[in-house]
Design a protein around this ligand. Sequence first.
Ligand code: NAD
Length: 471
Amino acid sequence: MKQINKIYINGEFVTPNGTETFDLINPTNNEKTGEVVLGNEVDTRMAIAAAKKAFTAFSKTTKEERISLLQKLHKAVSKREDELVSVMVNEYGGTLQFCRMSVQNAISAFTTTITTLESYDFEKTVGHSKIRFESLGVVGIITPWNASNSFICNKLATAIAAGCTAVIKPSEMSAAQTQLLTECFHEAGLPAGIFNIVNGLGNVVGAEITQHPDIAKISFTGSTLTGKAIAKGAVDTMKRVTLELGGKSPNIILEDADLEKAIPMAVFGAYMNNGQACIAPTRLLVPQNRLNEVNELAKKAAEQVKVGNPNEADTLVGPMVSTKQFERVQSYIRLGQEEGATLLAGGEGKPEGLESGNFVKATIFTNVRNDMRIAQEEIFGPVLSIIPYNNEEEAVAIANDTTYGLAAYISSSDKEHAERIAAQIDAGRICINGFSHDPYAPFGGFKQSGIGREYGVFGLEAYLEPKTILA
Ligand code: NAD
């Protein structure tokens, strides 16, 4: 049984003041694997004090010094790549393929940040003024459970590049992943206080970070509901916020798309990260006159999806992270049927032979109307909604008829055609004919999918305060 009973403050693993514990459960079989002792407000305040103290010297470091620290972190995290993957699969239930990719993203966050930093100029001339981009201060980093290490690494790398120090609050459900990552960070041997990590609950540690006057900025990834609570709390001390929130991303299949290719890709894409992905294309918009063909192809694709043990290399969908998440997804599958959508594949209950874990059948609804709750609300499980449209104008209107605006996807045999549609979609990232990623391009949401952007220069400047000097 794993006991995670330390948090990380001022360069040391220390026993938290908090004594409450949280059970760690393997989502593949629901067996208890360990416990984490949760930090409390006192621990959070100690971590903030350590980060504040370290900021004075750290904010004055040169670009070269920061690059050297990022290189050390990169080396230390790379060394334990295989262990990081294995802990993530077992704690979180992500598939081997997904967890490998996610850990590689975590590792490459350091190198891509170094590249951004190398060419970034912290002083610029605008008009007849000199602009200095100064480190913001202590940053609170609050992350969810669905790709814990890569969020932590990306946010911490950016904070360090900007000369900010950090207090990190990961999801309590990612404690084993955090423990291993913290060991890597510790081995990198950074000066004390640059980063501090406090395990704990959102309404305790997260709330303290949100209200504390010595936190200058919060970089949050998580649900829109929590993001709103953080934004409201942060305003009292005028904290800067970067909020990466939920999504209900449309995937528009244009008339000229190759359905044989686009539909299986759309189905597998909707199930990325077991369907627990903020950018998952969960609304599949297809021409009404091709609906029968689409249904047939989609059903066939869903039947090919292996739901099962995430440790098996060919598994595409592993278990939901918790029984709570499993129940949430089940309730939406019931709701879809009550709302009158047609169940095309999957449905309620666990797949045969997988009764002990939080497994959900690869599910597709068709004949979905965009005003149904299954088309409007983030389900965060392997559930795809197929929504027919009559013409392109209607497709664009449906795509934009959502409170979210994180990502969108377009399939077409004509790139310019797809780009004309992309120009009309309200979303922070639009992928044409696939699911590509660019770690230098801004990432973030329109509307209620968030505030601000991460990655590259846009991400870096969100940790900096411009100061204009007129002489
Ligand atoms: P969540 O909002 O429940 O929790 C995220 C983090 O916030 C956790 O560490 C949690 O403990 C903390 N928290 C909870 N209440 C808090 C409070 N009152 N004050 C401060 N912190 C608090 O999200 P989750 O269930 O862990 O993750 C899933 C959600 O994250 C989904 O909605 C998903 O779309 C979103 N997400 C967004 C992105 C993105 O980049 N836009 C990426 C991944 C996940």
